[in-house]
Design a protein. Structure first.
Length: 526
């Protein structure tokens, strides 16, 4: 037991010494990133959905109104007209810049009279080449017999010079005047637009007639000039009242008229910043889960700091595109996604350095059947900071203690365990048993190793050997092949004697009458 306590004290002391060295190795200072400036970027989406009139949300759809009446062609008394003062304007409008355009124009009139061969009048001879123009000419009624129809035609020949070479084009526009008894009816359509595409160039040719009617001086109205009546375009029908949906309400795609989305962004810094610039790019992604996706740019803008942008979301067109792609591919998904993403890049100058941060937020909608569901979480924030590295006292704790506390505790434990070791060493030395001789050590080793074959005995005289136990006497009897003889005592105080005789030698074991051994390793001679 004393040896075990000594070993335990040694182990505890060694462990405490290891703890002292480990505590000494702990750093008193560490490097740590310390924020110099903290900032935060915040973004939020909002949307406004306008619905068509419906029986579900109201107002109820109106019946289509009848088409507005069409204006009639203007008419003038033929007998009192002296002449038509006319103009013709022409423009060539390409979709991209060209080197040069120039035109030649001539105007002719065909007069058709009953029973007479058609007559051609040259109202404007071919003019020299010129660019977009307005030219004037006159049609005298003295050259038009009563009851005749007149068709005035302008012929324009255009040359377009491009980097790839010249392009040649022609344009024709006519204005009809028809005899209606004593009246002359002039066609009300005075403008014409003809689109074209040649040599990779898209363009429009635009022509327009205009005129004034000069009456004769002997007319009931005198020599006045009349202009064609201007028919104001019909007022567009009033737009139907639209119902707006609040956020969180079910959106039925077939009832959507328009969608406006607003994205708000703010940059918040705990310390002053300057020269803040932001770039925002907003895109939409149409996606059939695990099948296909298609990306569309919506908006790109440069802003200064906080901003708010509102843009239309062509949801109706996107839904039509869904159907078109589904028809093309023949593959349909359980649900479709429409995701609007705003990517913001912010740069700001501070006294601690440059902030160059990014922020991205998405508003996701899921389309199932004819119902669109937007995500409810439309706000998001992202923290950021400018940091530096400083050396600071070690803030970490070890077993709930600071570095100094850990060192003090380890030294105290080492001292306690040293005292414990010292006390156990002293006790072990003081109470240590007498030193065993080499011969005794050899006997103990032999007894431990061959105890099953050794019989402990005491020599009483030259012929008697006393053994310590009946078991030892049995061992002797077995080895000698002799019987064990029992001699009962003659009086009660005498012991029972068990012995084995081997020639002149007697091996005996004495047992007292009370059942106890008679002495320790003792024997007696009869």
């Amino acid at each position: 037991m004393r040896r075990l306590l000594l070993i335990v004290s040694v182990v505890l002391f060694v462990i405490s010494l290891a703890g002292v060295f480990a505590a000494r190795a702990l750093p008193t200072e560490v490097k740590q990133e310390v924020p110099l400036l903290n900032y935060e970027q915040k973004g939020s989406f909002d949307y406004l959905i306008r619905l068509k009139p419906s029986y579900l949300f109201g107002p109820e759809p109106e019946k289509p109104s009848p088409p507005p009446p069409q204006p009639s062609n203007p008419k003038y008394p033929a007998e009192i007209i002296d002449r038509f003062l006319m103009t013709f304007a022409y423009r060539f409008v390409p979709d991209k810049p060209v080197t040069r355009t120039y035109e030649t124009v001539e105007v002719k009139a065909i007069v058709k009279s009953p029973g007479v061969e058609d007559k051609e009048l040259v109202l404007l001879p071919k003019l020299p080449e010129k660019e977009a123009f307005t030219t004037s000419f006159t049609l005298g009624m003295s050259e038009v017999p009563s009851g005749s129809d007149v068709t005035i035609t302008a012929y324009v020949y255009t040359t377009i010079e491009t980097d790839a070479g010249p392009i040649f084009e022609a344009f024709t526009q006519s204005l009809a005047m028809r005899s209606k008894g004593s009246l002359l009816e002039v066609d009300k359509d005075l403008s014409r637009v003809e689109p074209g595409y040649t040599g990779g160039l898209s363009y429009e040719q635009q022509g327009e007639f205009d005129y004034q009617v000069q009456l004769r001086s002997d007319s009931p109205f005198g020599a006045i000039t009349l202009k064609p009546p201007v028919t104001p375009p019909p007022a567009p029908p009033p737009p139907p009242p639209l119902t707006t949906l609040e956020r969180g309400q079910t959106v039925f795609t077939k009832l959507i008229d328009s969608v406006d989305v607003t994205f708000n962004y703010s940059f918040i810094s705990e310390k002053p910043v300057s020269a803040v610039t932001t770039d925002v790019e907003i895109t939409a992604v149409l996606e059939a889960t695990k099948l296909w996706s298609k990306k569309f740019p919506i908006l790109y803008a440069n802003k200064g700091g906080d901003f708010s942008v509102t843009f239309p979301l062509d949801l109706v067109d996107y839904l039509e595109l869904f159907e078109t792609i589904r028809t093309e591919t023949g593959a349909s998904a359980e649900s479709y996604n429409l995701t609007v993403t705003a990517d913001v890049h912010t740069v700001a100058e501070t006294q601690f350095g440059l902030i160059d941060g990014t922020f991205s937020q998405a508003m996701k909608g899921t389309l199932k059947g004819n119902v669109l569901e937007w995500d409810k979480e439309l706000a998001q924030s992202k923290p950021g900071s400018i940091k530096t590295t400083k050396v600071i006292p070690n803030p970490n704790s070890y077993l709930g203690l600071s570095v100094a506390g850990a060192r003090i505790l380890s030294a105290a434990l080492a001292g306690i365990f040293f005292l414990f070791l010292l006390s156990q060493g002293v006790m072990y030395v003081r109470l240590k048993p007498a030193e065993v001789s080499p011969a005794e050590k050899a006997v103990r080793q032999a007894r431990k190793k061959y105890g099953a074959f050794i019989v402990e005995a005491t020599i009483d005289g030259e012929k008697t050997v006393s053994v310590d136990s009946m078991q030892d006497l049995i061992k002797v009897a077995n080895e000698l092949g002799k019987p064990i003889v029992h001699q009962a005592p003659r009086v009660s105080e005498e012991p029972h004697a068990y012995y084995v005789l081997d020639g002149a030698t007697r091996y005996q074991y004495l047992l007292a009458s009370g059942g106890k051994e008679h002495g320790s390793n003792a024997g007696r001679t009869e």
